[in-house]
Design a protein around this ligand. Structure first.
Ligand code: HEC
Length: 153
């Protein structure tokens, strides 16, 4: 019994001594692996990018659901519950062919100045007084999602 606990104690001491040594060796090894380090950095860089991308889309989605989905529909198909009351139908954002013809600048302009501001139907409201330029940028990003999804299908 006494011998066994002595052996156990010895084992623990060895582990305590070996662990820092292994950590030092690992450190030295990783310092010499520079190409691997670079890959790790760029990997986490794109991770950060995709997280912030998800963030802007999330914010865009929230604004869209609050202000736009009543007419343009929750899935951007132009069939919001208010759409049937409108003589000019709200734009279907999932129509990739149509949407690809429009620049981001054009979309922001229409959102900011409304249909009236860009010679379209006045039934598309003016949002420039309600939403900030940044919020409108988020919206453009979110609206683009609808046609990207249909393209991928
Ligand atoms: C009251 C209903 C209504 C609401 C709410 C509404 N829209 Fe519209 N929207 C329209 C209609 C109708 C059109 C079509 C105008 C036309 O084709 O002449 C339109 C067109 C557009 C277009 C123009 C696309 C093109 O053809 O150039 C964009 C972009 C747009 N809306 C974005 C938005 C965004 C973003 C919101 C929310 C902030 C929003 N709309 C809220 C009714 C609405």
């Amino acid at each position: 019994m006494k011998n066994k606990s002595k052996a156990l104690f010895g084992l623990i001491i060895i582990l305590i001594l070996v662990y820092p040594a292994a950590a030092i060796i690992e450190n030295v090894l990783s310092e010499t692996q520079e190409p691997g380090d670079v890959a790790a950095v760029s990997e986490s860089g794109s991770e950060v990018q995709s997280i912030s991308m998800q963030y802007t889309l999330r914010v865009g989605r929230e604004i869209y659901m609050d202000y736009c989905s009543v007419c343009h529909g929750e899935s951007g198909d132009g069939l919001g519950f208010n759409a049937y009351t409108l003589e000019t139908k709200p734009r279907n954002f999932s129509d990739a062919e149509y949407m690809n013809e429009l620049s981001d600048a054009r979309l922001s302009e229409t959102i900011s100045e409304g249909g009236r501001g860009v010679n379209k139907s006045v039934l598309m409201p003016v949002w420039g007084n309600t939403l900030s330029p940044l919020e409108i940028t988020y919206l453009v990003g979110y609206i683009r999602q609808f046609s990207r999804k249909t393209e991928a299908e």
